[in-house]
Design a protein around this ligand. Structure first.
Ligand code: IVH
Length: 677
């Protein structure tokens, strides 16, 4: 047999075995036999590198680690689902649809709600070309190389699916197998690393790795539950029913939901939800609910969307598991903003798959409201493997020996007096005791960790353990100190190799180029989250302008109320913070964001669009974002200069004007086509 032929043969054989094992959990050959085939393939590719094809199994694990993830726009928005927790919610959901689709027979599907990380896979002419996280629903991170390492994700669609869609976006959930999660955590603990809190975090953490080789070692799987976008022979939606699209996906080589229920009545839905609840423990991955979806595509289109979620689907969340245990003590944790959080130290109890010995008690008000006393028997709850919480006291078990907890008036970390502040920017969440000593060691640690976090300055390796070591070694006291660290200092820390030290320092160096909003968020100013940081950066463009803005000027910014404005002003008024900014400036941080956005590029460069009416799927913001991402501009009024008018339902005078000026009018489908072609 010629090398080409054998290569093609091996690719197909391995693909078939991968599908049998990873998609259907039914291995068809022994591990040794599989390894033999795989090695034969590698040998062949070493001898004849020109034979390597993008869909070869050898190409699943990419070569060089990435420096950062690149943003990628989804062709259709990735929305979320409305949650429900009771049978009443299910009834209301069905009744709402019955009203919306009066006189129509409704058929629903019930699927497991996989508790993982939402992903979007794009295939062009049958080949996986990109894979992304959900991100903000419009733009996610390009994690193609990481997703390719997951063997239940086909890198090429099965050829039986002729003709193949020109473009296809498949939506699903990446998860970490339950047993793999346990092993992974054991391994991490033995290597002195922090264990993951739950399989979902572990899956998310895995997909965030920049080195696909590391990702390939994580026991990840993927279940695909829907099609987000499809262009098939010029037809944008070839599936008239959800169940047929799932069948198509399964035939194309995807792992699809384990079990489906077809239901026509509320009672059928409720019993499907109960059946799934009884079954889901036996699944190899975590589930946190049931998803109910209308089956008919035509009915989905009629039902439409709210601003966040489809009206044709909902997630039914299973109640969190509860347990009773004794509250042995209450300790206080000090966070990066100085907030004192009471923590319940519990008699260890097994709950929802793990042993719990601590749970948050949120704040003093919550303690008082629930009248939680040391020695009480308390009910704790854990929903979907999230952090456990104390829901209440079992009063019948009180015996008079319980003690009321006296909230400390001094910080347990630095012994300075604490002050009472309102809990959050909107005043909700009860009041919080805070340590206001900027040198408090717990806050210093928290602030530096926050600065390094992925959502802020994204400094690889700057986690809890390294930050603690740096502080203990006296090398850093604040975030500016990170920028004068040397390789010798970092590699001299315990259990720190030269390579890891260099990687960390490279990360620190890279972070000097971060955008203004990340710096602003990273500084950890009270109430300034990533969203507020972005709006401030967009409005003021430089840290100096923000620093000198008055409270009134700040409140003129969208989403910035008085509490936030006060917090920003008082942060910049403090001399030690001004000094910090100056030191960061000296270190070379860019404190500016560009006034005018960088010159756009893309297919729609130079084209001007006007949107009118309601589009079937895209909101106005989403359509604008997609057009702008492709280099186009969106304006409010139609003129001779307008390139296209995008019209949806109830389009009014703008559409008429477009017709009178002879400007091409697009519907949503034509717009999407323009974006793809
Ligand atoms: S359908 C238009 N089906 O749950 C929204 N979602 O809480 C389509 N999820 O964002 C989503 N299993 O990440 C759907 N069988 C399933 C699912 C599922 C898990 C996730 C998904 C979604 C989130 C909403």
């Amino acid at each position: 047999m010629r090398a080409e032929e054998r290569h093609a043969n091996l690719v197909e054989i391995i693909r078939t075995h991968d599908e049998a094992y990873y998609v259907h959990a039914r291995p068809t050959i022994s591990d040794q036999e599989y390894d033999r085939l795989y090695h034969e393939l590698l040998e062949l590719e070493t001898a004849y590198p020109h034979l390597i094809t993008p869909d070869s199994p050898s190409q699943r694990v990419g070569g060089t680690p990435l420096k950062a993830f690149v943003p990628v726009r989804h062709l259709a928005p990735m929305r979320s689902l409305d949650n429900s927790y009771s049978e009443t919610d299910v009834r209301e959901f069905v009744q709402r649809l019955q009203r919306l689709l009066a006189g129509e027979q409704l058929e629903f599907l019930v699927e497991p709600k996989v508790d993982g990380v939402a992903v979007n896979l794009r295939y062009e002419n049958g080949f996986l070309v990109s894979g992304a996280t959900r991100g903000d629903g419009i733009t996610g991170d390009d994690i193609t190389e990481n997703l390719k390492t997951i063997r239940s994700i086909p890198v090429r669609l099965r050829g039986t699916q002729e003709p193949l869609p020109k473009v296809l976006e498949v939506r699903g959930e990446v998860f970490l197998h339950k047993d793999g999660f346990k092993k992974l955590n054991e391994q991490r603990i033995s290597q002195g690393e922090e264990p993951f809190a739950n399989p979902r975090n572990a899956a998310a953490g895995s997909l965030k790795q920049l080195d696909p080789k590391l990702v390939s070692k994580r026991p990840l799987g993927a279940i695909l539950y829907g099609i987000g976008f499809c262009e098939f022979n010029g037809n944008s939606n070839p599936f008239s029913r959800h169940d047929s699209s799932l069948q198509w996906l399964a035939a194309a080589g995807f792992r699809t939901p384990e079990k489906l229920w077809h239901c026509r009545t509320i009672d059928e839905l409720l019993s499907a939800i109960r059946e799934l609840d009884a079954l889901r423990d036996s699944f190899s991955y975590e589930t946190d609910g049931a998803v109910i979806k209308l089956n008919s595509a035509a009915q989905r289109e009629k039902a439409g969307y709210t601003s966040k979620a489809p009206r044709w689907a909902m997630a039914y969340k299973y109640a969190a598991e509860q347990a009773e245990t004794r509250l042995r003590a209450i300790t206080i944790q000090v966070g990066r903003t100085g907030a004192l959080t009471p923590v319940a130290e519990l008699e260890p109890v097994f709950l929802a798959g793990s042993t719990i010995s601590r749970a948050t008690l949120h704040n003093e008000d919550e303690l008082r409201r629930k009248d939680i006393r040391i020695g009480d028997t308390v009910t704790i709850e854990k929903a979907g493997e999230v952090i456990p919480a104390v829901v209440g006291v079992v009063l019948t078990k009180r015996n008079g020996t319980e003690r009321v907890f006296e909230f400390p008036r001094h910080c347990p970390e630095c012994n300075q007096p604490v002050i009472k502040t309102s809990g959050s920017a909107n005043g909700a969440g009860g009041s919080v005791w805070r340590c206001v000593n900027p040198l408090c060691p717990a806050q210093v640690q928290g602030r530096i960790e926050h600065w390094c976090a992925r959502g802020a300055m994204d400094i690889e390796g700057g986690g809890e353990v390294l930050v603690r070591q740096l502080i203990q070694a006296g090398l850093v006291k604040d975030v500016a100190d990170l920028y004068s660290l040397t390789l010798e200092q970092v590699s001299g820390l315990e259990r720190m190799g030269t390579r890891s030290a260099q990687n960390f320092l490279n990360g620190v160096e890279e972070s000097k180029k971060r955008e203004l909003w990340r710096i602003l968020f990273g500084l950890g100013i009270l109430h300034v989250g990533a969203g507020v940081a972005k709006t401030l950066a967009n409005r003021f463009h430089s840290i100096d302008r923000i620093a000198s803005a008055s409270e009134t000027e700040l409140t003129e910014t969208e989403d910035v109320g008085e509490v936030i404005a006060q917090s920003v002003c008082s942060w910049f008024q403090q001399p030690q913070n001004r000094t910090l900014i100056e030191r960061l400036r000296q270190a070379g941080l860019a404190f500016q964001s560009s006034e005018t956005p960088p010159a756009a590029a893309g297919k729609l460069l130079g084209k001007t669009f006007v949107l009118t009416g309601t589009l079937p799927q895209l909101s106005r913001e989403e359509a604008t974002a997609l057009i702008e991402a492709a280099g186009g501009k969106v304006t409010g009024s139609v003129s001779k200069k307008t390139s296209y008018v995008v019209a949806g339902e109830e389009a009014g005078s703008k559409l008429e004007k477009a017709h009178s000026l002879g400007i091409p009018v697009l519907d949503e489908q034509a717009l999407r086509k323009l974006l793809v072609d």
